[in-house]
Design a protein around this ligand. Structure first.
Ligand SMILES: Nc1ncnc2c1ncn2[C@@H]1O[C@H](COP(=O)(O)OP(=O)(O)OP(=O)(O)O)[C@@H](O)[C@H]1O
Ligand SMILES: Nc1nc2c(c(=O)[nH]1)N=C(CO)CN2
Length: 174
């Protein structure tokens, strides 16, 4: 089984750039990293007053199931010292599985512990903007990413700002 998954990674506690790089380096080391977006500075989404986040999107080819990919993300969160406190609140590293395909077939799941596609991805410019950078032709819930972006408040989309930082380790090539 090969699971191709789109992962959203982000954080706003500690050295966020370093923590994002740690997750990407782990994916590269394990040979599952296929694409990595730029780093984006993004205002907090979800109504909790907190610092801005750094966000990015990765595409991985994992040899296991979507749940194995979720567990991979949990392991990266633990490695970054993440504890779960406030919902949508500050965190060192969050890894969400945005969408997944198994052997080329899109996965749909309503399981509370793994909902696919991620139920809030379409509302989040911090996911859609970096995802469109690495997979411009991708679709979510039957619509192109550009259609989802057009449905969002343009100010929210414009507030997702690409930085010049690089996430992929030196010399990485897929
Ligand atoms: N597609 C998914 N990706 C990641 N976690 C998921 C997904 N679907 C369900 N979950 C479940 O969501 C639970 C809470 O995840 P988490 O603490 O990262 O939420 P959050 O980041 O605060 O909010 P959000 O889910 O809106 O991003 C996890 O225990 C996980 O099992
Ligand atoms: N900009 C931004 N806002 C968020 C983020 C995130 O990664 N980026 N993650 C959250 C928890 O799911 C809540 N809000």
């Amino acid at each position: 089984m090969t699971c191709r998954a789109v992962l959203s990674i982000g954080g706003n506690q500690g050295d966020s750039l370093d923590l994002l790089r740690g997750a990407v380096a782990a994916a590269a080391r394990e040979g599952i990293l296929r694409r990595v977006s730029s780093v984006y500075a993004t205002p907090p989404w979800g109504g909790v007053e907190q610092d801005d986040f750094l966000n990015a999107v990765l595409v991985v080819d994992h040899p296991g199931s979507p749940r194995d990919v979720l567990d991979w993300g949990f392991a990266r969160e633990r490695a970054a010292g993440r504890t779960r406190e406030v919902r949508w609140g500050p965190r060192s590293l969050d890894v969400d599985v945005v969408s997944a395909e198994v052997d080329g077939t899109p996965v749909h799941s309503r399981d509370e512990s793994l909902t696919l596609p991620h139920p809030r991805a379409a509302e989040r410019a911090f996911v859609l903007v970096p995802w469109s950078e690495v997979e411009p032709g991708a679709r979510l819930d039957g619509l192109a990413l550009t259609d989802h972006l057009d449905a969002l408040d343009p100010a929210e989309v414009a507030a997702v700002r690409r930085t010049h930082d690089r996430l992929a380790p030196e010399g990485w090539s897929r």
